[in-house]
Design a protein around this ligand. Structure first.
Ligand SMILES: *[C@@H]1O[C@H](CO)[C@@H](O)[C@H](O)[C@H]1NC(C)=O
Ligand SMILES: *[C@@H]1O[C@H](CO)[C@@H](O)[C@H](O)[C@H]1NC(C)=O
Ligand SMILES: *[C@@H]1O[C@H](CO)[C@@H](O)[C@H](O)[C@H]1NC(C)=O
Ligand SMILES: *[C@@H]1O[C@H](CO)[C@@H](O)[C@H](O)[C@H]1NC(C)=O
Ligand SMILES: *[C@@H]1O[C@H](CO)[C@@H](O)[C@H](O)[C@H]1NC(C)=O
Ligand SMILES: *[C@@H]1O[C@H](CO)[C@@H](O)[C@H](O)[C@H]1NC(C)=O
Ligand SMILES: *[C@@H]1O[C@H](CO)[C@@H](O)[C@H](O)[C@H]1NC(C)=O
Length: 691
């Protein structure tokens, strides 16, 4: 302490005020020291930002808001350098008590960012930022030598910048910025010179002393708990070059800030200051405590604990209610036929209301077809204006098991992707209805191109026909052999082949038969198929296989080449007729007359003969789809057809079976029922036959 210099400087000050205009005097503190044992009713402080003086007399610098800042400076400046003699630098000394109240009582690092004692040429800090800038600097003003600031930080968050020890809970001496020239973890030295750690952010009052000795150019910083008298050894003693910091007149005060997480409350409870002498001692018994509910004083701890306990209890109750509610709701949902987790799989599950809107409420005018399993509607999804075809399948029963299998099936079908398949985009369940959403294919079916448009005089060219047949073969090959599991189509027919804008064949309705089994009739073996395309062994034993798909494909080959339906008026059976033509050596007689002579003879012959081979009455004699593709691509030559077998009456009998006699369904009662088929070429499944 430089006791001797004090009278000298007072004298100096007096002489200044005598010889200089009054204005100059008012910039300097007329008194060389002050003391605030609490800040009751004081008008001596310049408050800025969030800072305010509480009724208790405590100076609060920040609340808990994010990025909050508060500053408080003594209203008058002090003369740090004698204007008449620039090497005459003043010493100063300050003593204060502060408290940093964290967000969560007792938990360190739950708040931030800290507070600082500041010696600065100004009380205004435009552009200053919170967090580690503590409301004093921003990234461009930080470290600026023209700042002329001495900042003693009591930082509760990790060290910043070039801080040697990057620890929270530290004390640092900074010059002109937030980089510390010296930092120490918060601690104090006992009388025996033992270093005791301290926690700054505990809400409890902490005493601090800062001295600057102009002679030794040392800044000493000392802290201690409230009930411990000033330690003899300072925590930090560091040399500060006065030229870097001090100018003639400077203000002293505090600044604090919070950060991006919710911050701490920063309080200063008492403060004394003196130029060129020791700061007056604070009377600790007079100091206000930080507001009790925020100070976490020991008497209130049980209340806080009680509060936390009761909040936890309420939280647990709410959680319990929530769980009960969820369980009950789930149960109700599943009873109502709503969805379980396993149902929430891909492909995309559409909302019923979206499909309802897309199809204008499943209006009759939007219906584009009626198939074996339900009606098909054209729709435009409002979300992306995409055209889709929505197939609506009515189910009769609503068993959970059937539903589960159905969804598994939809999921696997949804993963089928091939350019010659109509891709399944998604699905939806509404009450007992199942809705399948497919790509919309604009050109209609192969059936309508061959027969309906044919009637209008629009002829499908041979090149297109051949291209379409190859496409169907590729799609079937994918289903039979190229996907991860074998998919039997079960309903291959020209009306299930859709033609897209590039005249590619897209096979639709694949796997639906299996879906139908799962969703409704898993305990029943039954025939699904379309008259004219049903293989003999399928009609007899009711067992669909790859071979029965090949049979149906053979019928399509014949259909496309001849332009005739599989079953005609009277007893006309296409396959038999073509077989007869072949047998009599005039197979080209069977070619569609509408083609005129505009076709490749070899290709037409190939298609007709392959059609006969595929629709061979004996399943064993039919080629696989892989062979079919090779024949069509002329990779392999077509094997010679056994004319005798093809032309035999047995063939006719089988076909007649399929057309006129019986299609059997084995229902749950295991009795054979005979269905009378009076309609001509039509689409049906045994499901519709049963009615
Ligand atoms: C905290 O202080 C800021 C001023 O810095 C003020 O805008 C905000 O409303 C205060 N928040 C609370 C909770 O008092
Ligand atoms: C400050 O004011 C509060 C209430 O207004 C009072 O309880 C306290 O004793 C006062 N402190 C001082 C030092 O006057
Ligand atoms: C200026 O101040 C320094 C330090 O206090 C002192 O040593 C020196 O004598 C002073 N010079 C004058 C001219 O007063
Ligand atoms: C920092 O503060 C200064 C002074 O107000 C301002 O000019 C500057 O734009 C600020 N910089 C940043 C990065 O905010
Ligand atoms: C500052 O601390 C040093 C080292 O402990 C000590 O020698 C010096 O006297 C102290 N200065 C003041 C002004 O207390
Ligand atoms: C200071 O207070 C702490 C508890 O707050 C206590 O453990 C310690 O013994 C006290 N020290 C003195 C010197 O009174
Ligand atoms: C501190 O204040 C109390 C109450 O105001 C008073 O009784 C006591 O004498 C004061 N102590 C000192 C050292 O001034």
């Amino acid at each position: 302490m430089e006791m001797g210099t004090l009278p000298c400087h007072l004298l100096l000050l007096f002489s200044c005020s005598l010889s200089f205009p009054l204005l100059a005097v008012s910039q300097l503190n007329s008194k060389q020291e002050f003391i605030f044992n609490g800040f009751n009713h004081t008008n001596q402080l310049l408050l800025d930002g969030a800072s305010l003086i509480k009724n208790s007399g405590a100076l609060k610098l920040t609340n808990r808001s994010k990025y909050d800042m508060g500053r408080a400076f003594y209203k008058d400046a002090f003369q740090m350098i004698d204007p008449a003699n620039r090497s005459a630098v003043s010493s100063f000394s300050t003593n204060f008590v502060f408290a940093i109240k964290p967000q969560i009582p007792g938990q360190v690092d739950a708040g931030g960012y800290g507070l600082a004692f500041v010696v600065a040429p100004t009380t205004e800090f435009p552009g200053a930022e919170a967090e580690h800038y503590l409301g004093l600097f921003n990234s461009s003003t930080d470290k600026d030598p023209s700042n002329h600031m001495l900042v003693i930080e009591f930082d509760t968050v990790n060290g910043y910048g070039d801080d040697v020890e990057r620890v929270g809970n530290h004390v640092g001496v900074n010059v002109n910025g937030m980089n510390s020239i010296k930092t120490e973890p918060a601690a104090y030295f006992t009388a025996n010179n033992v270093k005791e750690d301290m926690t700054l952010e505990r809400g409890e009052p902490i005493q601090a002393w800062i001295e600057y000795d102009a002679k030794t150019k040392l800044v000493n910083v000392t802290i201690s708990p409230f009930n411990i008298t000033k330690p003899l050894q300072p925590l930090i003693s560091v040399n500060v070059a006065p030229d870097d910091v001090f100018i003639e007149s400077m203000f002293v005060g505090f600044s604090a800030s919070t950060g991006r997480n919710i911050g701490s409350l920063h309080y200063v409870l008492g403060w004394s200051f003196a130029m060129n002498g020791p700061a007056p001692s604070l009377n600790l018994s007079q100091l206000p405590l930080p507001p009790p509910e925020k100070a976490g004083s020991s008497s209130l701890r049980p209340e806080i604990v009680a509060l936390i306990v009761s909040l936890c209890a309420i939280g647990l109750c709410l959680l319990g209610f929530f769980i009960c509610f969820t369980v009950v709701r789930r149960k109700m949902r599943s009873q109502q036929g709503h969805f379980e987790d396993w149902e929430l799989d891909c492909p995309h599950r559409f909302l019923y209301k979206d499909l309802h809107a897309a199809t204008k409420g499943f209006r009759e005018s939007e219906k584009i077809g009626v198939g074996g399993f339900g009606s098909v509607y054209r729709g435009v999804l409002l979300a992306n204006q995409c055209e889709v075809a929505v197939k609506k399948i009515a189910r009769k029963e609503d068993s959970m098991q059937g539903m589960r299998e159905f969804v598994a099936e939809v999921e696997s079908l949804g993963r089928l992707r091939h350019k010659n398949l109509v891709n399944l985009q998604g699905w939806c369940k509404h009450k007992n209805d199942l809705l399948l959403v497919y790509d919309y294919i604009p050109n209609g079916s192969l059936y309508s191109l061959l027969f309906d448009r044919g009637r209008l005089g629009i002829v499908l060219s041979w090149d297109h026909r051949f291209h379409i047949l190859k496409g169907i073969a590729a799609g079937l090959l994918y289903l039979h052999e190229e996907w991860e599991q074998v998919v039997i189509h079960r309903d291959v027919k020209s009306s299930n082949v859709l033609i897209d804008a590039e005249m590619n064949a897209r096979l639709g309705d694949f796997g639906l038969a299996r879906l139908y089994d799962h969703s409704q009739m898993s305990h029943t073996t039954k025939i699904v198929g379309t008259l004219g395309y049903i293989a003999p062994e399928l009609a007899r034993a009711g067992k669909a296989s790859k071979c029965s798909d090949v049979f149906a494909y053979g019928i399509i080959l014949l259909e496309v080449a001849t332009g005739r339906r599989p079953l005609g008026s009277g007893d006309f059976i296409l396959a038999d007729w073509v077989a007869e033509c072949h047998g009599s050596g005039r197979i080209l007689d069977a070619v569609d007359l509408k083609l005129g002579s505009v076709y490749a003879v070899e290709e037409v012959k190939l298609v007709l003969q392959l059609g006969l081979l595929c629709s061979h009455p004996s399943a064993k004699s039919r080629p696989t789809m892989r062979h079919v593709v090779r024949y069509l691509n002329r990779d392999d030559p077509l094997p010679a057809l056994d004319v005798l077998e093809l032309a035999s009456g047995s063939r006719q009998t089988h076909s007649l079976d399929a057309k006129f006699l019986t299609v059997f369904t084995l229902d749950s009662s295991s009795t054979w029922s005979k269905s009378n088929l009076s309609s001509s070429v039509g689409t049906f499944s045994s499901g519709s036959l049963r009615r």
